[in-house]
Design a protein around this ligand. Sequence first.
Ligand SMILES: Nc1ncnc2c1ncn2[C@@H]1O[C@H](COP(=O)(O)OP(=O)(O)O)[C@@H](O)[C@H]1O
Ligand SMILES: [Mg+2]
Length: 359
Amino acid sequence: MLSNGHADPLHDVSTLPDILLLHCTGGDSELEFLANQGVREQPPLIVCGRDGDTVTMRLAMRAGARDYLTESMPKQDLLNSIQRIRDETARHRHAEHGKLIVVVNGKGGSGASMIATNLAHSLVGDEGNEVTLVDLDLQFGGLCRYLDISPEVGMMQALESATEMDEMSADAYTCRHSSGLKLMAAQSKQPVMPRGVSIERLEALLKVYLSINDFVVVDSPAHLDPATALFFDKADHVFVVVQQSLPHVQDAARLMQILGSELGVSRDRMVVIVNRFTKNAEVEIGDIKKALRLNSVHTVPNHYKLASESINTGVPLADISSSAGLTKSIRRLKDSLVEPDDSPNPTLLERSLPSFLRR
Ligand SMILES: Nc1ncnc2c1ncn2[C@@H]1O[C@H](COP(=O)(O)OP(=O)(O)O)[C@@H](O)[C@H]1O
Ligand SMILES: [Mg+2]
């Protein structure tokens, strides 16, 4: 809410907002200002005007508005409009670098490491995506075992070189799996206290790895410390892995609440994965959705034999059985991340005209 006594709604605004939403109720001096000023960096503009106010609508078009809504339109139209701009901004951002996916459990033993590893493996897929899997459990991390890799280098060496690291040298700090998947090992041989990690260095690392990968998948411990907070904050998606039990759901609810309130991770960036899913469990999917206030969750079926064989032998699920339900559910999760969204956005006129014609 800006009222700066100035025709320019962005006068003296030091940090540009993500979206500028103008509610015009006549005497549209702000909109006129925007329509008449020259080119400048300006956030996407949405204008909400009175029904049938063609003057305001024309001004909105001249001001380069992305959308024009009228007061009688349902709230959902405004939400859709904001969502469209958000998606476009995100797509634009991803054109420059890879997606960051953080997998975390509400409770130890939920299957977060198993899912992170196999999701990352699946993302390499036939497309040959560049994917780096990061083991962020710097104290106890053992993701290398999930892929049968004996790491010579890992996070500690990468952090030491973080300030000189560039796109060319970054891959030297990861270990390559035969599939092409790269692992940033935690190097549990030399356990470190999280407070010994320089966040500036970690941030520099993340930037380089996002620039050379299509996906960076992070297996994160559930506790909040400056290191995990950095990854949660930057994540495009946070996958919270739970199982069908009350303590799991309670812990997940708490984690999601903290992620939201402390780190500003919006709910639409969080995906809940119900692992070891069975139909006849006491806690049903509907209960979980209700408790966590979600419309949907992703399920990964219980398949103890396959999961433990994969973990014990260090062979990814897809290389043991590509047709098992467990493997397929991970593939579905991957598809939800790589599905292209090519549907062209309707123009301002196409979107606004129906509301005028309805009158
Ligand atoms: N979908 C599944 N079905 C059966 N067992 C599973 C499944 N996912 C994980 N497990 C088992 O749960 C255990 C814990 O998995 P792990 O990924 O290490 O959990 P976390 O990282 O959340 O602590 C593993 O021994 C694995 O075999
Ligand atoms: Mg784990």
